[in-house]
Ligand binder design. Structure first.
Ligand SMILES: [Zn+2]
Length: 494
């Protein structure tokens, strides 16, 4: 029997507002300080610690950000939409309930398009709702303390219909949503800090069966790679259980990235156990048509439109364009490189070929550097004009591919100018025909026998001859130029 998977994702997106959702406390540590290094309970007040007699006051920025997300995903906007209390007891939740939206969320019935080898696929969104984050329990050996810095940090939760069928589709969706919220500038996209995290609902059923299987929820995955691995493991686990005649238990599982397995966290509570009811402390949010229109007209270029523009304007492959637009900083950096190169490019170097070369350096060398050093695009020392300049030199063959990579490495880690590093690293390619011709002639004279073989039609010998010339110039000659010169001389002497 063959099985298929049915997958839905719920993504928590931390909104990039200055203050928390219902009070004036800063929503995140000051610049340069990580959440882990932020002083414990330094960003709290009577409201977010739930002191008796306090009342929440809604941060309007949160509504605007949620509207941006809703409109950019073609959702219908609900007005009025209503906050509800989700009641449960846990030490990191001082009120004893979380303020969220339940039956009447702000946005519903939208979609996100993802790219698959087979073409575009539409992933329907059931809803987008606003909610507050909880605090965090910190464990010290035998006792635990509560850190409420995160309590009341604004989130939106984006919930899909179960339209995803493979782990790859899930990671494509996660990337598309990530690109969207960072383009909309409603989330800083910091995955390590957990500012963008996914829960995956996974079930399997025999192909042809219309009823859904028992679903298992995998909690809090904050990496595109892990979401794929976690779901892959979970599908495999469920299929094996069914084949062995065992029953799937509805539960919540966590992904252990080191071992690549999912593990039981807790057996699933039913939705009713939260005793949701409308929050009497908060008025329903009324959104006027005018407010919707104002947000709609101010929406920036969205990642998919940007991707299509890169494909049509610069003839980039859809793969290249999608990699660049996964991250707004990266895509904008690329646009700026092109803007720098355009007026300086030699007529023979057309813009698409410059764009392709620049894209190659960005999506291979630069991204590798970011991963290796665990840093963000915004933290590198290189500027778009530097990368533009380097690309121009590379395309004009003034530096070799290896040379360009060496210079790029230095620009990324130390900054400085392209010219400086080209000189310092001695990677300028010799293109001066006169100079080079002299060297070529002398090498051919020294290797007369081989040159004769080449002239008599043994093409393979050219590799040896070029090698000798490269050795003599310390690798600075442009090999394709050298090859041309040898061919010229052979023609003349023959
Ligand atoms: Zn507060």
């Amino acid at each position: 029997m063959n099985f298929e998977a049915v997958i839905g994702l719920e993504t928590h997106v931390q909104l990039n507002t200055e203050s928390k959702i219902f009070c004036g406390c800063p929503a995140k540590p000051r610049t340069g300080v990580s959440v882990a290094d932020q002083e414990i309970n330094s960003s709290i007040c009577p409201v977010c610690t739930a002191q008796p007699g306090t009342l929440p006051v809604l941060n309007q920025k949160v509504v605007e950000f949620a509207l941006r997300a809703g409109l950019a995903t073609q959702c219908s906007i609900r007005s009025p939409n209503v906050f509800a209390r989700k009641n449960y007891f846990y030490p990191d939740l001082p009120k004893g309930y979380q303020i969220t939206q339940f039956e009447l969320p702000i946005a519903e019935n939208g979609f996100i398009l993802i790219d698959l080898p087979s073409g575009e696929k539409k992933i329907r969104l059931k809803r987008i709702h606003i909610e507050e984050d909880a605090g965090k329990n910190v464990h010290y050996g035998p006792y635990s303390l509560v850190n409420l810095n995160r309590a009341g940090v604004p989130l939106i939760e984006v919930v899909t219909e179960p339209d995803l069928s493979t782990p790859q589709e899930a990671s494509q969706y996660m990337k598309a949503l990530y690109a969207l919220v960072t383009y909309l500038e409603i989330c800083d996209g910091n995955l390590q800090e957990g500012n963008f995290r996914c829960d995956a609902n996974v079930s399997v059923r025999p192909i042809g069966e219309s009823r859904l299987g028992t679903r298992v929820e995998i909690k809090n995955v904050n990496s595109f790679r892990y979401i794929e691995k976690a779901i892959e493991y979970e599908i495999h686990r469920q299929v094996e259980m069914i084949r062995a005649g065992k029953r799937i238990v509805q539960e919540t599982r966590g992904f252990d990235s080191a071992r690549g397995v999912t593990q039981t966290l807790r057996v699933k509570e039913e939705a009713e156990e939260y005793r949701y009811f409308p929050d009497p402390d908060l008025a329903p949010i009324v959104i006027s048509d005018r407010q919707i229109e104002l947000v709609r007209v101010a929406l920036p270029e969205l990642p998919r439109d940007h991707q299509k523009r890169l494909e049509s304007e610069y003839k980039l492959s859809s793969y290249d364009a999608s990699v660049l637009t996964t991250d707004k900083t990266l895509a904008v950096f690329f646009d700026q490189c092109i803007a720098y190169m355009r007026p300086k490019a030699k007529p023979e170097a057309d813009v698409p070929s410059l764009a392709k070369s620049c894209c190659n350096l960005l999506t291979t060398e630069v991204l590798r550097f970011l991963t290796e050093n665990q840093i963000e695009m915004s933290e590198v020392k290189i500027t778009p004009s530097d990368l533009g300049e380097l690309t121009l030199k590379w395309v004009a063959q003034e530096v070799s591919s290896t040379g360009a990579k060496k210079v790029l490495e230095k620009l990324l880690s130390e900054g400085g100018s392209v010219e400086l590093w080209v000189t310092k690293l001695g990677v300028k390619q010799e293109n001066n025909d006169g100079e080079l011709m002299k060297i070529v002639e002398s090498v051919l004279a020294e290797n007369g026998a081989q040159f004769k073989e080449y002239c008599s039609g043994k093409d393979k010998v050219i590799g040896f001859l070029v090698g000798q010339i490269m050795k003599k110039t310390g690798g600075k000659a442009n090999p394709s130029k050298v090859q041309m010169l040898i061919a010229d001389i052979a023609k003349k002497s023959g």
